[in-house]
Design a protein around this ligand. Structure first.
Ligand code: DGL
Length: 273
């Protein structure tokens, strides 16, 4: 992960997060606790949500537009707080920009691989599951672990449309967890950043201690790496939110994980379909 420093006071430049909507706030929440002095940007690509149902070509286009946007805003590091784009686009895009990029899957899999877990279940979006990114990354460090991967196609919309406690949503969570339990996993990775919003429902069907939110490891990895590279800021000055549609809905949907105090700015990239 090499990067070129083209600005004088780079430490003051923001760290930037993106995801398809409010999911990445589950990561930003943890990063801010460890790195409160960092200026930060957050881009929620609400217009193109859910990413998990998009093609590789579409995801490459969305991620590239957002990375270019962050370049124009002088980001010193970008946090791919989205499993789907980390799985599908990171390898193809990683050398194209002038900042450090932290992809969630590639960052946390070494930790999962060395955790001593024997049977691991990964729940994620269809695109992440089809890529087998988790099992491929973990097997680089540990070939013994048994991994069961399952997609939960509707869960992201449940969160974005604030339908978490509706009977139909609870049923859709239950159906997936019944499949998961057939595998008798030791631990279950919530491999989509939206899923921690569902914890109150998830824990009805499996013990809360069984779930792993990879953001727990990810935030520490980001802190350690920014520290090692002398990129830390000493004083927080600003945070800014951007979305590609419906700013008010973003504020509503985010409440469980982040206090978005100001309405996000609406951004439209001309070529997005
Ligand atoms: N929250 C993202 C992830 O971690 C994307 C979810 C989606 O939009 O499908 O995969």
């Amino acid at each position: 992960m090499e990067y070129k420093n083209t600005y004088n006071n780079i430490n003051k430049n923001p760290i930037a997060f993106f995801d398809s909507g409010v999911g990445g706030l589950t990561v930003m929440n943890k990063v801010v606790k460890l790195l409160p002095n960092e200026n930060r940007l957050y881009f929620g690509d609400t217009k193109n949500m859910p990413y998990g149902e998009k093609t590789e070509e579409q995801l490459l286009q969305y991620a590239d537009e957002i990375f270019r946007f962050f370049e124009r805003h002088n980001a010193k590091a970008v946090i791919m707080a989205c499993n789907t784009t980390s799985a599908v686009t990171y390898e193809k895009l990683k050398n194209n920009y002038n900042f450090k990029i932290y992809p969630i899957i590639q960052s946390v899999c070494p930790v999962l691989a060395n955790s001593g877990i024997k049977r691991l279940c990964v729940i994620a979006t269809p695109a992440t599951i089809n890529s087998h990114a988790y099992s491929k990354e973990i097997s680089k460090y540990n070939s013994e672990m048994e991994i069961f991967e399952i997609s939960a196609p509707n869960w992201v919309r449940i969160v974005e449309e604030h339908r978490i406690n509706q009977p139909q949503s609870i049923l859709q969570v239950q159906e997936i967890l019944e499949e998961v339990e057939k595998f008798s996993p030791d631990k279950i990775v919530l491999a989509c950043t939206h899923y921690p919003y569902l914890m109150n429902v998830l824990k009805k069907f499996a013990p809360q201690e069984k779930f792993i939110d990879p953001a727990e490891y990810f935030a520490q990895i980001i802190k350690d790496d920014l520290t090692k590279n002398n990129l830390l800021n000493d004083k927080f000055e600003y945070e800014k939110f951007y979305v590609s549609s419906n700013p008010q809905n973003f504020v509503e949907a985010s409440k469980m994980f982040y206090n978005v105090s100001k309405l996000p700015e609406l951004i439209s990239f001309k070529q997005s379909s």
